[in-house]
Design a protein around this ligand. Structure first.
Ligand code: SF4
Length: 332
């Protein structure tokens, strides 16, 4: 069996709040709570869920931008979560990031050529200026930007072109993994489609693994191989795109999928509107975190947290309804 290029085990990230007046104890925001998954070479895994579900915190933790509260992260079989800042440096070559906002993620005081040359210099990936120029030219060509783009400033480009520059910068170090955090959210529909196609082409050509963080399920459906659905800091369902989109095994996934526009005339999806707000991650509900909004909740859901377990080969879900005797008759 091949070693995953990225493996996350039991990742927890809690942010402390100020001390309470009594006993000096602290309360915590449970941003990410026991998240585990694997990402393989050449694969796209999407982390999806509503805003605030913890998906971006997972991305930042993987990239060493946020210290873990607990858990382990392995890159190509090597545990990296306990690495010092200096030990992290070479890893940054292997794991890159494409930011959400192409308007603010590029230094406005640097020409595009210098933006792309910076990682080549930082990681000694080119020995002299002519080699740097050649590699910058190749990167621009890879993301379908004109050669003269290198001598221009970021503000001279449209949003889609700037995101291409961001992707070129991520590719400069020939990474194994790229974390794309809402990388196409700020783009309009046609530009979004171009960037998605570009990412797919690059993945097919270069074999890079993508961790695609998004709340946009229509985009995810087009791009991803597997999908992990997060709710209140936890993965509630994980499986292949085909399985999860066609037949969700968790009521939250079902509600999210019901809101995805159906491309074919005649296809129908019954829209499921969830009542209530997402509970506070400072004081999450007992039992199943989703029970306060779940249309199928029953008494056991309030008391017992469902484990994330395999429901079909390669498919995980955390819902009592997947058990043999879910007590489905006992509605709240
Ligand atoms: Fe709904 Fe209960 Fe399943 Fe949670 S465990 S998703 S509350 S049915």
């Amino acid at each position: 069996m091949t070693v995953p290029i990225l493996q996350v085990l039991g990742l927890k990230k809690y942010y402390p709040l100020s001390s309470t007046p009594f006993w000096g104890t602290k309360s915590f925001v449970h941003a990410v709570d026991d998240v585990s998954f694997e990402l393989h070479r050449g694969e796209t895994l999407s982390l999806v869920g509503e805003s605030g579900c913890g998906k971006s915190t997972v991305g930042r933790s993987i990239l060493g931008l946020s210290r873990l509260t607990a858990g382990q992260i392995f890159l190509d079989g090597t545990r990296i979560d306990a690495f010092s800042q200096s030990a992290w440096r070479p890893l940054r070559r292997r794991m890159q990031f494409v930011f959400q906002d192409p308007f603010s993620s590029l230094n406005p005081r640097m020409r595009v050529g210098d933006i792309l040359a910076e990682p080549l210099r930082n990681f000694s990936l080119a020995t002299n200026s002519s080699e740097i120029d050649a590699k910058v030219g190749k990167l621009l060509e890879t993301v379908s930007l004109p050669k003269d783009a290198g001598s221009r400033w970021p503000h001279e480009f449209s949003g889609g072109q700037r995101q291409r520059i961001g992707i070129a910068r991520a590719l400069a170090t020939n990474p194994d993994v790229i974390v794309c955090d809402e990388a196409v959210s700020a783009l309009d529909v046609s530009v979004k489609a171009q960037i998605i196609n570009l990412l797919q082409d690059l993945q097919a050509e270069l074999g890079v693994a993508l961790l695609f963080i998004s709340h946009d399920l229509a985009v995810v459906e087009h791009l991803t191989h597997r999908v992990a659905v997060m709710y209140l800091g936890k993965i509630v369902e994980l499986g292949s795109k085909r399985d999860v989109f066609a037949a969700p095994r968790h009521p939250y996934t079902e509600a999210l999928m019901s809101a995805v526009p159906v491309p074919k005339v005649g296809d129908q999806r019954r829209r499921i509107v969830l009542n209530g707000d997402i509970p506070s991650p400072i004081n999450p509900p007992t039992g199943c975190y989703f029970h306060t909004r779940c249309p199928h909740a029953f008494d056991r859901c309030v008391r017992v947290e469902p484990a994330l377990k395999e429901v079909t080969p390669g498919r995980l879900a955390a819902c009592h309804l997947n058990d043999e005797s879910p007590q489905a008759g006992a509605s709240l």
